[in-house]
Design a protein around this ligand. Structure first.
Ligand code: C2E
Ligand code: CA
Ligand code: CA
Ligand code: CA
Length: 275
């Protein structure tokens, strides 16, 4: 047993080392990426189900890596969150998104994702205020998306921050609803304007009775609470039709457009309004 233990140890040690080294290398690269301006925002439209008008666009972070090309957020945001780097990255995202949106034809809203670490950081309200002031964006055109994880933090402080943000005139959306630690009581306790139904439910629409029932229940509940529902990850006309029948107000997904670089947004808005 002893030799087996040693054998295992020898087997795992180099692998752990390699993982640690990779992590450290990524950390250094991430810090440099922020300094060198290697981050970019892509935008995906959010569409009103009844009229098919674009009501807003969600800003989605990408890393233009010199060798690895375009890196998706899932590959670096968890680490950035862990080491606190998401706070300055998120500050950049807010400033960039507001500046981009200020120039969009038809004045759709811009939705920006906030991470829990950003939400817990000091000065979030001031950072948002500065992004609005510097860009000249009308505050009613900014929407902040937060996940349920944020609600798990000190709820008094969270509630206070949410109210201070709302006092600026912007809107708050709950993201990824139905995953994680969802609690219906959050919808009552916190001042959300919108609930985004997670893609895992949308993709099952028409295929699973449970998903249909959940989407129906969430849209009914939100309507009663004066909140808009947005379904994420809409890929088919069938899903869109089902959502429409269930009273879901907005939809977002590859059916309308994949996320596009900032420079393509005016053209995207034009082509979507022609349809
Ligand atoms: P999310 O906020 O739930 O964003 C929606 C994700 O679903 C995006 O992935 C989008 O490209 C993808 N998506 C949209 N429509 C469809 C569809 O029809 N089918 C499928 N299969 N996928 C669809 P993306 O851009 O890779 O972003 C992943 C996550 O990274 C986001 O999930 C969000 O949690 C996080 N993220 C992105 N940008 C930021 C940011 O600026 N700050 C923070 N803190 N997190 C961000
Ligand atoms: Ca989001
Ligand atoms: Ca989401
Ligand atoms: Ca998600």
């Amino acid at each position: 047993a002893k030799s087996e233990g040693r054998g295992r140890w020898r087997f795992f040690e180099p692998a752990m080392d390699a993982a640690m080294q990779l992590r450290r290398a990524l950390e250094i690269e991430l810090r440099r990426a922020l300094l060198l301006g290697e981050f970019e925002l892509y935008y995906q439209p959010i569409v009103d189900v009844a009229s098919r008008h674009v009501t807003g666009l969600e800003a989605l972070l990408r890393w233009r890596h010199p060798e690895r090309g375009l890196v998706p957020p899932d590959a670096f945001i968890p680490l950035a969150e862990e080491i606190g780097l998401i706070v300055p990255i998120g500050e950049w995202v807010l400033a960039r998104a507001c500046a981009d949106a200020a120039g969009w034809p038809g004045a759709p809203r811009v939705a920006v994702n906030l991470s829990p670490a950003q939400f817990a950081s000091r000065g979030l309200v001031e950072v948002v205020e500065a992004a609005l002031r510097d860009s000249g964006l009308d505050p009613t055109r900014l929407e902040l998306e937060i996940t349920e994880t944020v609600m798990l933090q000190d709820s008094q402080a969270t509630l206070q921050t949410l109210h201070r943000l709302k006092a600026l005139g912007l809107r708050i959306a709950m993201d990824d609803f139905g995953t994680g630690y969802s609690s219906l009581s959050y919808l009552q306790r916190f001042p959300f304007d919108k609930v985004k139904i997670d893609r895992s439910f949308t993709s099952e629409l028409g295929l699973s009775r449970q998903s249909d029932a959940i989407v129906q229940a969430v849209t009914d509940l939100c309507a009663g609470l004066d909140m808009v529902t947005t379904a994420e990850g809409v890929e088919t006309e069938n899903q869109l039709q089902t959502l429409s029948q269930r009273g879901c107000r907005e939809a977002q997904g590859f059916l309308f457009s994949r996320p596009q670089p900032a420079a393509s947004v005016p053209e995207m808005l034009r082509s979507l309004s022609d349809e």
